[in-house]
Design a protein around this ligand. Structure first.
Ligand code: PLP
Length: 398
């Protein structure tokens, strides 16, 4: 049974902080000293992105999938410093709109390292891609092919197929992907329309811990490549999408990128010709573990037999991932001591803006920090107007 907390203690105990590291260490001590140091310089809410972790994740991806070129999906977090960091590492980029394309180009990404990976594109955005020589794009339906052929003759196209998203936290095959048995027909159609059909793409759903999704999708892709070759169409690229999972909780089990990658590697070696190029569109995997969100308690009360803490960030802002990304987070504090069953809520007037009803957390005081690790993806990104680069309506008063 959780212990009923003492209500309204007057003075919080003092805490010490000293930060000497660069944020690369993920131990509790190092994370907390980093947070304490940052709080001396910055207000909350504060999203700390650790460059060292971006590098660690990028290197992990490259090491375990050496034959798969990553195109960072900037929808996960399009902060310019993050994009610049990945440009330095040599990454490619997956963009979902003309606005995202503009952003990566302005920051210095080469057009040849960009894939326009939204199967539904506006004529303006396709024209923008043509003007900036961003040739590679995905599609999954015939009308889209006519559109691409009209606005970007000769574009290089990958057909996105519908694949199993079993067990993935965010389902991405409901809205996108053609049935695999239609893929060759569409690729042939692309050629007839003057486009250059170059391959196949898929997405197994975001936060996919089920490697079978990838293995099955690769097998289906190999079948499409084989059929195309037999019928005189030599495809060159397989885009294995994003979906690579991360740990959101310290003691989470069932997330093992290294093991998944070794199975993917094996299937790639067995099923495909050596000359096939593999690319991927990881978002969450590259940026999620780098983010630490630090919030502050702005109010507290005792309600429903538990402590209620109101934080200065909620589901309408950096915790938006709890809604759109179906994400659950581990809430931590800098306070030690006995933990009590508590509720955490965001600052807005809406009761829906509740972050946790049953969090075991030390007693907190107004001004105390509550932080969450592994929150660098789809948090601040979906909180801002213009997720994926699509702006909300302009307001006109008449
Ligand atoms: C087309 C496409 N590529 C890549 C991604 C990134 O996926 P993840 O963050 O799971 O790696 C997404 C996510 O929605 C997507 O829709």
């Amino acid at each position: 049974m959780p212990v009923t907390p003492v209500q309204y203690s007057l003075k919080p105990p003092k805490s010490k902080s000293k930060y000497n590291g660069n944020g690369s260490d993920n131990t509790v001590y190092s994370v907390e000293t980093l947070i304490r140091a940052m709080l001396k310089k910055h207000h909350t809410p504060l999203m700390i992105i650790r460059r060292s972790i971006l590098e660690k994740q990028y290197k992990r991806f490259r090491k375990h999938l050496p034959d798969v070129t990553p195109f960072y999906a900037i929808k996960a977090n399009s902060h310019p410093k993050i994009i610049k960091t990945f440009i330095k590492f040599g990454s490619g980029f997956d963009v979902a709109s003309g606005a995202e394309m503009k952003r990566v180009l302005e920051l210095g990404a080469a057009p040849s390292k960009i894939i326009f990976a939204n199967t539904i594109k506006t004529p303006e955005d396709i024209t923008f891609a043509r003007r900036h020589k961003v040739k590679l794009m995905t599609f999954d339906n015939e009308p889209e092919l006519y559109k691409i052929a009209k606005y970007y003759p000769g574009a290089h196209v990958l057909v996105r197929i519908k694949v199993a998203n079993i067990g993935s936290i965010v389902e991405l095959s409901l809205k996108f992907g053609v049935d695999p048995d239609q893929a060759f027909f569409l690729l042939r159609k692309a050629k007839a329309l003057g486009l250059s059909p170059v391959g196949v793409s898929f997405h197994v759903g975001s936060q996919s811990t089920n490697v079978e999704n990838y293995l099955q999708a690769l097998e289906i892709s190999a079948g499409i490549l084989k059929e195309a070759k037999e019928k005189g169409l030599q495809l060159k690229i397989v885009d294995i999408g994003g979906g690579f999972p991360i740990q959101h909780f310290d003691n989470e089990i069932g997330v093992n990128f290294e093991r998944m990658a070794s199975q993917i590697r094996r299937v790639i070696k067995t099923l495909f010709d050596k000359n096939i190029k593999f690319i991927a569109e990881p978002g969450r995997f590259l940026v999620g573990p780098a983010g630490i969100l630090v919030t502050q308690v702005i109010g507290r009360t005792f309600r429903n037999n538990k402590n209620y803490y109101y934080l200065n960030d909620g589901v309408y802002a950096d915790f938006s991932g709890m809604i759109f990304d179906h994400c659950r987070y581990e809430f931590k504090t800098l306070r030690r001591g006995q933990k009590f069953l508590s509720a955490l809520a965001g600052p807005t007037c809406d009761s829906f803006d509740t972050l946790s009803d049953n969090c075991e957390i030390a007693e907190l005081y107004v001004g105390d920090s509550v932080y969450v690790k592994n929150i660098g993806a789809y948090s601040c990104a979906s909180a801002t107007a213009g997720f994926n680069g699509f702006p909300p309506a302009k307001i006109v008063m008449v």
